[in-house]
Ligand binder design. Structure first.
Ligand SMILES: Cc1cc2nc3c(=O)[nH]c(=O)nc-3n(C[C@H](O)[C@H](O)[C@H](O)COP(=O)(O)OP(=O)(O)OC[C@H]3O[C@@H](n4cnc5c(N)ncnc54)[C@H](O)[C@@H]3O)c2cc1C
Length: 392
């Protein structure tokens, strides 16, 4: 069994062995450009303008190349191969956002079904994933979450929406492909949770196929996790994340005058994240997990919990996951030590993934904290290659 004590996220040689020095320099330059608040602000506009003027290749060769696999599944083949050379799986994430017509929902649903089919035939793709708002209208999810009365038209729309959700989960079950359902804003999450719990009860009888996502920046999620595991008589799958919509959640709670669902501070969020990891590992006979995090301490903590419980790093019930183009020092060092790792590989038409790219640019704009560490590691690796020094 691999020893978590030998795991070293600072090993830049392993972290970036899949990247040429040229591509590391390109990544560094890109990350540095995120330090200019003005560029960040006008970035989405510039990107759309560049595409409208026929200069899509500028976006495609820079920020898109860093964070996305391609515009289609076929174009993502190179990313899939690169990752698999280091025994890292790919989670194909169709990242189209913002469109809310029935035609787009049907198209997105068909695309998600395609990713499930690909995963069923390719061991390099161990999971599929989708966002409920990609197939169901946000305002409808909000009404259902609030138990509001639906009009006849809305009722019919809800039935069609449920069918899409069900079709995706059933296809995952039929193909025996593990499926993550992403977590979203708290005011639409009750409807997503209810649908997901129903699918888990239906399809997780023999193993965890359908995984819900828990955002541990919410103060109620640890209790929810415990209740789910203690009550549901089936296998559970959870992707554990900290949560991506903190500012939006706090602003809405303030504006609408209700108590914020978010933890009072980062320490509380970190505490609940690690408690959730410990609870899941303690109940590993019933619970499969994916730690979706770029946090080094939580990743290390999970490796220690596994060692304490005598769980092999390659146990299929435990995965680590990061996003493409981010925290390679965590992904590649974990997989090099024998842990299961899969990266989200977003794909979709360039204009449609601009909101996703904007979020990544903002996340990487601070040189402080985790992202700063990654940037410094890229610099270390470029210097190391220049001088030919080996890194422990
Ligand atoms: C594979 C993968 C899948 C993901 N899927 C989802 C998903 O389905 N839904 C989703 O919402 N997000 C998802 N995320 C994003 C995730 O929720 C986080 O936004 C992101 O990963 C940063 O958190 P971290 O654990 O990596 O690390 P860190 O950098 O340690 O934590 C940053 C996070 O801590 C929390 N935080 C920061 N300050 C405070 C504070 N003052 N009080 C309380 N909390 C605070 C916030 O959630 C913030 O994003 C996913 C991330 C990954 C890697």
């Amino acid at each position: 069994m691999s020893n978590p004590e030998t795991l070293n996220f600072g090993n830049s040689a392993i972290a970036f062995k899949h990247q040429s020095t040229r591509s590391l320099k390109k990544a560094l330059l890109l990350f540095k450009s995120f330090d200019f608040p003005f560029l960040l602000k006008i970035g989405p506009f510039l990107a759309r303008t560049a595409v409208a003027l026929g200069m899509k290749s500028i976006i495609k060769n820079t920020i898109f190349a860093q964070f996305c696999g391609g515009e289609t599944i076929e174009e993502s083949a190179t990313a899939i191969s690169h990752l698999s050379e280091s025994h890292i799986g790919t989670i194909l994430d169709y990242s189209v956002e913002g469109e809310e017509t029935e035609t787009v929902f049907e198209h997105t649903c068909a695309e998600i079904l395609k990713t499930i089919e690909v995963a069923s035939k390719d061991i390099r793709v161990p999971f599929s994933v989708f966002k409920t708002t990609g197939i169901i209208r946000i305002a409808l999810l909000e009404k259902v979450s609030a138990n509001a009365n639906l009009t006849d038209a809305e009722n019919a729309e809800w039935q069609r929406s449920r069918q899409r959700f069900e079709q995706i989960c059933k296809s995952a079950y039929d193909h025996q492909v593990k499926l993550f359902i992403d977590a979203e804003e708290s005011w639409i999450q009750p409807a997503i949770d209810a649908l997901t719990e129903e699918m888990m009860a239906r399809f997780n009888g023999k193993s965890a196929i359908v995984y819900n996502t828990l955002q541990m920046y919410r103060h109620d999620r640890l209790a929810y996790l415990k209740k789910q595991v203690e009550s549901g008589n089936y296998f559970h799958g959870f992707k554990l994340v900290r949560g991506a919509y903190m500012e939006k959640e706090r602003e809405r709670a303030m504006e609408m005058n209700y108590p914020s669902p978010i933890q009072p501070d980062k320490v509380s969020c970190d505490r609940d994240y690690d408690l959730a990891l410990a609870f899941c590992v303690e109940h590993i006979e019933k619970v499969s997990i994916c730690a979706g995090t770029h946090n080094e301490e939580s990743s290390l903590y999970l490796t220690r919990l596994m060692a304490q419980k005598g769980i092999a790093p390659s146990d299929p019930r435990i995965y680590f996951s990061q996003l493409l183009g981010m925290s390679d020092h965590i992904s590649f060092n974990l997989s090099d030590t024998g842990y299961n790792v899969a990266k989200y590989v977003p794909y979709g038409p360039v204009t449609a993934v601009i909101p996703y790219l904007t979020r990544r640019a903002r996340e990487n704009s601070s040189v402080a904290g985790q992202m700063g560490r990654e940037r410094r590691l890229i610099e270390t690796e470029i210097k190391r290659r220049k001088s030919g020094i080996s890194v422990d």
